[in-house]
Design a protein around this ligand. Structure first.
Ligand SMILES: NC(=O)c1ccc[n+]([C@@H]2O[C@H](COP(=O)([O-])OP(=O)(O)OC[C@H]3O[C@@H](n4cnc5c(N)ncnc54)[C@H](O)[C@@H]3O)[C@@H](O)[C@H]2O)c1
Length: 321
């Protein structure tokens, strides 16, 4: 099949209309695609359209839309019928993080799509090579991992499974630039992929500092926010080291690495939160407590923060790419 580089003319499917599915679908609409959204459970239809419209309005307020919201809604078709995916070049799966549920969904997608259709999963943590065992055309299967809100973040993690064709990955990477993403390409699906793997090393250390009584939760949060937070949208860690001049790092690695936590069990503070059924701002009980009003204000403020940081990052493009 001759490849079409006019990417926006491609029809793309999204299976799962939950938190991430709707947000991804909005990103694809904003990039000009016709989008088929599949509700794997009938309940998904409840409120999906309202959520999509509200996200499109959010994108409009941020100046991301070239056309009126109604234009994008006109290019969207929501259905419970997988057969509607038959013309899709790419289908993004976005259902619950359970292998058996994802496997059932792949069977249904495979039944109604062409052999050339690429199936992508938004899994946060399941190895791509493992999910790939359950699809009909493994060479066409890949990880495309988005961040929320998908239409207002540059992040995209593209992960190749053991059986994914290199050409599939190359095509997805080119496509993702047309979505105005800054994709990272992970050639081998190590557990946790790139960002989560790095961040979980930080999580482990912050629990160790807390549980050893060395600093409070509030101070650990402050340290991360006001140190990393002052440069992290501008540059990654290798560039940060270059900027600092590199010379001290060798000695610090030498002295500090051997002192960092390397435990492999769930931190007791985390276990306690799970026992208490804490769900953070979703039920007001987390590492901190929140009233309903505080949780709503937190969400609202984060929406506007997302918008501003998205625009700010755009003012500082990569220097040597
Ligand atoms: N929430 C995030 O910030 C985030 C970020 C990156 C990746 N992810 C990943 O995206 C995927 C979806 O996460 P989400 O946050 O949108 O979840 P969600 O709970 O908002 O949506 C879950 C979706 O799964 C579907 N589903 C549930 N049970 C099903 C079943 N038995 N059969 C078929 N479909 C079923 C639901 O209908 C819904 O569409 C997960 O793999 C998650 O790890 C989430």
């Amino acid at each position: 099949m001759k490849e079409n580089n006019n990417f926006s003319s491609l029809e793309i499917g999204v299976v799962g209309l939950g938190l991430m599915g709707t947000s991804i679908l909005v990103s694809l609409l904003v990039s000009g695609h016709k989008v088929i959204g599949i509700a794997p459970l009938p309940a998904d239809m409840d409120g999906a359209m309202d959520r999509i419209e509200s996200q499109l309005n959010h994108a409009a307020e941020a100046g991301l839309l070239k056309e009126a919201v109604s234009h994008y809604l006109g290019r969207l078709h929501l259905s419970e019928d997988y057969n509607k995916l038959k013309h899709c070049r790419l289908v993004q799966e976005c259902v619950t993080e359970v292998i058996s549920i994802k496997t059932e969904v792949y069977k249904k997608i495979n039944k109604h799509t062409a052999a050339s259709t690429i199936i992508a999963t938004n899994t946060s943590a399941i190895p791509i090579s493992e999910l790939q065992e359950n699809v009909k055309f493994p060479s066409q299967f890949i990880g495309i991992h988005w961040a929320e809100p998908a239409y207002m973040t540059r992040f995209l993690e593209v992960t190749k499974g053991a059986l994914t064709d290199e050409k599939t990955a190359e095509w997805v990477l080119s496509l993702s630039y047309s979505w105005k993403k800054e994709p990272t390409y992970l050639k081998k699906d190590i557990r946790g992929f790139v960002t989560n793997r790095m961040l979980y090393a930080v999580y482990r250390e912050m629990f160790a500092i807390l549980e050893n009584g060395e600093a409070s939760m509030e101070d650990i949060d402050k340290a991360f926010r006001y140190d990393a937070g002052s440069w992290i949208t501008y540059m990654g860690l290798f560039k940060r080291m270059d900027q600092l001049g590199l010379s001290d790092f060798k000695e610090i690695f030498d002295n500090l690495f051997k002192e960092l936590d390397n435990s492999s069990t769930v931190p007791p503070t985390m276990q306690e939160i799970v026992i208490q059924k804490g769900k953070g701002i979703n039920n007001g009980k987390g590492f901190y407590n929140y009233t309903k009003k505080e949780a709503a204000a937190w969400e609202e403020a984060f929406k506007s923060f997302n918008h501003e940081i998205f625009q700010l990052a755009a003012q500082y493009p990569e220097l040597n790419q």
